[in-house]
Design a protein around this ligand. Structure first.
Ligand SMILES: [Fe+2]
Ligand SMILES: [Fe+2]
Length: 316
């Protein structure tokens, strides 16, 4: 542990209120069973599946169901990637005190609880995907690598002022604030297969706690930065949010081709669905929990940073 980190132990950290007090009873990995999948309903929420809105798909029941099933697989693939490649490595660094912030013993224990939660989520999701593939004959490999991973790597490679670890730490705090609100309507949506609703409800229960935890980490991290670093990180934040929330059009294209659409038809469908202004509107809506976290930590009090968010149309 270095001197800078030690000096950052604040009174507010000592008063840390753990969101994990009922972890033994409430956490998925500690207390809940694996779910059997059945096809008694849709496999994902149509409102969260742009491809399903297109008339060439919405009017064809089998195609419509297959598109929703692929949306579930895409969602699980991305969620597992985040859990295994982002959240858990960051939890490891927090526990091992390898970041610029200094945590209390309880905060370090809670990082380990998140590590266990995320490992459990990935296990359940992998098992779930295997069942969906067996029942439906779909293949998640059609999706290829999530575009988020490629685009985030480009963003890290293009940034010379900040360390990749610091960027990844900030990225993880953002990722952990965006899950709950995005999928909160699914458990109550009676059109969706009960197993999917139950799995997402269990996940949300855990992620609600992760959200609280990582909001606290974001504030600590932000407050640990010099004014210059705040400007540099602040310029990067809107790009990180946008990189994550942009629709994966390569995956959508792959799905359409796998389901029998020609390249020309697939291109036309994507053009008709993914209108740039509409994408920006949807991204702004989905980004709200992260924007609230930035606001509460005083990120927008730096005018050049606020301007960066305005340029990306996150705020007016
Ligand atoms: Fe998770
Ligand atoms: Fe999480």
């Amino acid at each position: 542990m270095n001197l800078i980190a030690t000096s950052l132990t604040s009174e507010s950290q000592k008063q840390y209120e753990s969101p994990f007090k009922d972890w033994d009873e409430s956490s998925w990995i500690r207390s809940k069973p694996l779910r059997e999948v059945s096809f008694s309903g849709l496999l994902f929420r149509p409102e969260l599946t742009p491809l399903a809105w297109h008339p060439k798909i919405s009017k064809e029941p089998d195609l419509y169901k297959a598109i929703l099933a692929y949306r579930l697989l895409e969602n699980i693939q991305l969620t597992s990637l985040i859990e295994l490649n982002y959240v858990n490595p960051i939890c490891h660094d927090l526990v091992q005190e390898k970041t610029v912030i200094n945590l209390t013993k309880e905060q370090r224990l809670d990082a380990l609880k998140i590590y266990c939660d995320e490992g459990g989520h990935s296990l359940v999701m992998e098992w779930f995907v295997q069942q969906v593939e067996t029942i439906s004959g779909l293949n998640h490999k059609v999706l290829e690598q999530p575009h988020f991973e490629l685009n985030f790597q480009k963003l890290v490679d293009a940034e010379y002022n900040l360390s990749p670890n610091l960027i990844k730490l900030f990225m993880t705090t953002i990722l952990e604030t965006l899950y709950v609100e995005a999928y909160s309507a699914i458990p109550q949506d009676e059109r969706i297969a009960p197993a999917v609703r139950a799995v997402i409800e269990d996940h949300i229960t855990d992620e609600n706690k992760h959200d609280i935890y990582f909001r606290g980490i974001f504030t600590l991290l932000w407050n640990s930065l010099s004014e210059l670093k705040k400007e540099q990180v602040g310029q990067l934040l809107p790009k990180m949010v946008r990189t994550f929330l942009e629709p994966d059009q390569i995956a959508a294209h792959n799905i359409l081709q796998y389901l029998g659409f020609s390249t020309v038809d697939s291109d036309r469908i994507l053009e008709e669905i993914y209108v740039p202004e509409k994408i920006t509107q949807n991204i702004r809506r989905a980004a709200k929990p992260a924007l609230k976290m930035f606001e509460e930590s005083g990120v927008f009090s730096i005018s050049s940073v606020k301007q960066g968010f305005e340029n990306y149309q996150f705020i007016a």
